[in-house]
Design a protein. Structure first.
Length: 279
């Protein structure tokens, strides 16, 4: 997909490693809104500069570096120079990265220490893996992708501290999140949601934003987009996806989907259902 500004973006499935999606794109004017992914994000910047907010700070990823975003972390994205940026992205599911960590003898996936990684060898592996998927070379693509994940985990992670279980306000946030995910097509009002989890609307809103980085209404739209990705990848028509997930109409789905993924739902679906052709 290419528009009049020269922006282009294409998603596709990994041909040899289930649970991995790929994106190849160039953006100039597009701005990603605050959103999260269910997957890890490893974005190799091939030219230009991407700027993204992540974990309370603004990060700058120049050409040759890898921008890393962990699952469920709120982030944005926009150009850092007038000519925009061009990148190749790997989106491996949590289980894929956990399996790679297990290969290295890690009990769990450690936290990545750097959000922008300057490591030419890792960058070369990500680029080679990406290109192999475009050729449809299943063996090379799966081997190189695993090698890239192994190197990134071995060289750029640190042990996680133990996380406390939900208590007090956080338990209410967890219950509210479950309720919202169960009622995406018809979410309750903030007042109804707070009453259902036994707290006040103000207290829930404050705790929810602290936990998720998003207020409940934005959280709902983010989860809708994540589920839309799965339904579209399975071949469900965009109009049906919009209706099932509670979007007002297909244009409403398109607006939120593109702001979070960089492509319209139809283009995403075509990329996921067709074999990619190298440019």
């Amino acid at each position: 997909m290419t528009d009049e500004s020269g922006e282009r973006a294409r998603f596709w499935r990994h041909p040899g490693l289930p649970g991995v999606e790929l994106l190849k794109a160039r953006y100039v004017r597009h701005t990603f809104n605050r959103h999260t992914h269910d997957t890890y994000t490893f974005a190799l910047i091939e030219s230009g500069v991407e700027v993204f907010s992540y974990r309370g700070a603004l990060r700058t990823a120049p050409a040759g570096t890898l921008a890393v975003v962990e699952p469920h972390e709120v982030h944005t994205g926009h150009a850092g120079v007038p000519e925009g940026w061009r990148y190749r992205v790997l989106y491996p599911e949590i289980d894929v990265v956990a399996a790679a960590a297990h290969d290295l003898g890690m009990a769990q996936v450690p936290r990545f220490g750097d959000d922008v990684i300057d490591d030419p060898a890792s960058a070369a592996l990500v680029r080679a893996a990406h290109r192999a998927t475009e050729r449809g070379d299943r063996l090379s693509a799966s081997t190189l992708t695993r090698q890239a994940l192994h190197r990134l985990l071995a060289r750029h992670t640190r042990a996680r501290s133990a996380a406390p279980g939900p208590a007090g306000p956080m338990r209410a946030v967890a219950e509210a999140g479950e309720l919202l995910r169960a009622r995406l097509a018809d979410p309750p009002s903030l007042e109804e949601l707070a009453a259902a989890v036994g707290t006040s609307p103000f207290a829930l809103l404050r705790a929810f934003r602290k936990a998720h980085g998003l207020p409940p209404h934005a959280y709902v739209n983010n989860v809708r987009v994540q589920r839309a990705r799965r339904l579209l990848a399975q071949g469900t028509p965009p109009g049906e996806v919009a209706a099932v997930l509670g979007f007002a109409d297909q244009s409403h789905l398109t607006r939120h989907f593109k702001r979070s993924t960089g492509v319209p739902p139809g283009a995403f679906q075509r990329g996921m259902l067709e074999r990619p052709r190298p440019d």
